[in-house]
Design a protein around this ligand. Structure first.
Ligand code: GLP
Length: 377
């Protein structure tokens, strides 16, 4: 039985996440306002899994990813290893993918990426590291892919799978068209994927056209999955993967079928999720003054009208009726005086909204917006 690694001793202040209605989300998401907290949270989880599994089984199997997104996680794991908090001697790893063809010493190879950014800095055994071989002769690729699957099974399956997401919605290199039953295989890279990689290769023409990747089914076999996404350039595809229908067009949507898959997002990457972008569409929104302001500014942009020109119909048509309904009992929203024009108006205090320089009041009963100057003093 392996000696259990020492428990992690690092303690920080609790990580902050954005909590709000997840009605539209088809899998678990965690959104971090502080970008650096994302890497810490994922590293926390990986260390927990390493310690749990090494205690229980004497080893643990991690599925690892490349790209810029997981770099912070690797840095955090290295830091903890160097602080004596986590032992990698019983860790077995399987990487998701590798370009094809690709020599392991090439600056573009995922072999080199993994050794430079992670493995060389921790006490992992070389024989425990598995990365698809980009130098496999073409006639042996099919057998090599089957052997990769066998090796994962022989190791006991992947306990924790780390993923990034490409702009096509790929996980690993499972490009649009990959189906849920796909296994490790050679694939043709999407034009957008090659374009995105173009800068690293000093020109899209130098980016390999193919890659070897774990399949969607290989990924879904993992016991736990963490997909990481950072940056506004990922916001659209993240929203599609989290809120959209499962489809072979976006491989990441298959994660919706997994019992234990979580998307770890920074705020820019989460920006197009409904709960971040237009939370007022969801039930149970807390109508804070800031939320009212955001929703009205959004509505003005959407309706292409000045705030003061918005009508009750505009509010209704853009699902802001809950906002309107709440105004009647919304004295907590502000200190505006009573609606000046509507007799029998049930709202004694119209809500105040603002654009950068102008104040307006919106009456719940008459549905009209009014400038401040029209309020009685
Ligand atoms: C490549 C990798 C993916 C990775 C993606 C996103 O395509 N094969 O595994 O998720 O890039 O990379 P980045 O994290 O740099 O945005």
């Amino acid at each position: 039985m392996a000696k259990a690694p020492p428990p992690a001793t690092t303690r920080r202040s609790p990580l902050t996440t954005i909590e709000s209605s997840r009605d539209r989300e088809r899998l678990r998401t965690v959104v971090f306002p502080e970008h650096s907290d994302l890497a810490i949270a994922v590293a926390d989880r990986i260390v927990e899994v390493i310690q749990r599994e090494t205690r229980a089984r004497g080893r643990v199997v991690l599925g690892l990813a490349t790209g810029s997104t997981p770099l912070g996680v690797y840095e955090e794991l290295i830091r903890r290893h160097q602080a004596g908090e986590v032992d990698f001697s019983h860790v077995i790893t399987f990487n998701l993918d590798e370009y094809y063809p690709m020599t392991p010493d090439s600056p573009h190879s995922y072999h080199r990426y993994m050794w430079e950014n992670f493995f060389s800095h921790v006490n992992i055994a070389k024989e425990n590291v598995h990365i698809p071989e980009g130098v496999t002769p073409r006639e042996r690729v099919v057998d090599a892919c089957a052997a990769y699957e066998d090796a994962i099974r022989a190791a006991g399956g992947i306990d924790f799978q780390l993923l990034g997401i490409g702009k096509t919605g790929h996980v690993g290199f499972n490009e649009p068209g990959s189906d849920a039953a796909s296994r490790t295989r050679i694939v043709t890279l999407d034009t957008l994927t090659r374009k995105d990689a173009g800068a690293d290769f000093f020109g899209v023409e130098n980016v390999p056209r193919e890659a070897i990747t774990m399949g969607v089914a290989t990924i879904l076999d993992a016991k736990e999955i963490a997909l990481l996404a950072t940056g506004e350039h990922k916001a659209g595809i993240v929203a599609r993967a989290v809120e959209g229908e499962i489809s072979t067009d976006v491989a990441a949507t298959f994660l919706q079928r997994h019992q234990s898959a979580t998307f770890y997002l920074d705020l820019p990457a989460a920006a197009e999720l409904t709960r971040i972008n237009t939370p007022w569409i969801l039930e149970g929104v807390d109508w804070t003054p800031a939320m009212v302001e955001r929703s009205v500014v959004w509505l003005a942009e959407r309706a292409n009208k000045a705030v003061l020109k918005l009508s009750a119909r505009d509010y209704a048509e853009h699902q802001l009726s809950p906002f309107k309904c709440s105004i009647g009992c919304a004295t907590r929203f502000g200190d505006g005086p009573s609606c000046p024009t509507t007799s029998g108006c049930s709202c004694s205090r119209p809500i105040r909204t603002t654009t950068s320089s102008r104040w307006a009041a919106f009456c719940a009963s008459c549905g009209k917006t009014k400038t401040r100057s029209s309020w009685p003093t």
